[in-house]
Design a protein around this ligand. Structure first.
Ligand code: COA
Length: 261
């Protein structure tokens, strides 16, 4: 499968590196990129040869500098709602892929770029990464999940400060407030991100999928409901061959060979 705005590189370990490729526009998310991301998520969901993703931006300056402002300048209320819903659906598909998605944030991650990074499961950033939700400066609000994921990730007070001031923060500050997991030298960012995906894909794939789902479904419901959901998924993981293999391998002091069943 080829995409007009994405570069896809696969390695032998089942790690796909997806590069948003509009460097002349700092990888801004226009309709074509959103459509490609949605299509990609649909294709990868059922592609067992891909076990996890690294998502990054082309060029040395930007991960993604936001939704395409030229497009936003041309939409009204109804179009705006549909515009937001398309982006939200694409990001949600990546978030619910059932496989690890690690953002390698290699520069500006503003507006939709910060929102895309937040829809990824884990974020690594190079020292030159910059984060922000500058939509208010344009007279709009974040439409791809910024007001929803940012408070969940860094807390309401800090999120509101970023959302209401439109301030841009550097990688150190993003790390300090928990917006990124780790800062990595620019030259090793992609390797580290791939290594992280590889580490996760060595775990039982069903356990990984159920963990992602348990956190995703459990965050926003009452704690007893979340615990019940976790117990159900724990039961599902116990019903697998991978549980037999994983626990036996521990007792036999050897690496486990997971098969995803
Ligand atoms: N949408 C559309 N085009 C964008 C863009 C966006 N979000 N961000 C950058 N670009 C384009 C610029 O218009 C410029 O195109 P041009 O060369 O055809 O004029 C090109 O990318 C390079 O950007 P430029 O502004 O010249 O780079 P810079 O290094 O001076 O500044 C930024 C970098 C990120 C600070 C600046 O581009 C910016 O503020 N971008 C918008 C960020 C934003 O508000 N995002 C939220 C959108 S909802």
């Amino acid at each position: 499968m080829t995409y007009s705005t994405l570069l896809i590189e696969r390695d032998d370990d089942g790690v796909a590196t997806v590069t948003i490729n509009r460097p002349d526009k700092l990888n801004a998310l226009n309709a074509a990129v959103i459509a490609d991301l949605a299509a990609l998520a649909g294709h990868l969901r059922d592609d067992d040869s891909v076990r996890g993703l690294v998502l990054t931006g082309a060029g040395p300056k930007a991960f993604v500098a936001g939704a395409d402002i030229a497009e936003i300048s041309a939409i009204d209320g109804d179009d705006g709602r549909a515009f937001a819903e398309r982006g939200q659906a694409a990001f949600r598909s990546l978030e619910q892929l059932g496989k690890p998605v690690v953002a390698a944030v290699n520069g500006f991650a503003l507006g939709g770029g910060c929102e895309l990074a937040m829809a990824c499961h884990i974020r690594l950033a190079s020292p030159n990464a910059r984060f922000g939700q500058p939509e208010v400066k344009l007279g709009v609000i974040p439409g791809y999940g910024g007001t929803v994921r940012l408070p969940r990730l860094i807390g309401r007070g800090r999120a509101l400060e970023l959302l209401l001031t439109g301030a841009m923060i550097d990688a150190e500050e993003a790390h300090r407030i928990g917006l990124v997991n780790r800062i990595v030298p620019a030259e090793s960012l992609l390797d580290e991100a791939r290594a992280m995906v590889r580490t996760i894909t060595q775990m039982g794939p069903l356990a990984v999928r159920l963990t992602l789902a348990s956190v995703d479904e459990g965050l926003d419901v009452q704690i007893d409901t979340a615990l019940a959901q976790e117990a159900e998924k724990f039961g599902a993981s116990c019903a697998t061959h991978d549980r037999v293999e994983g626990t036996r391998a521990f007792m036999e002091k050897r690496p486990a060979k997971f098969v995803g069943k």
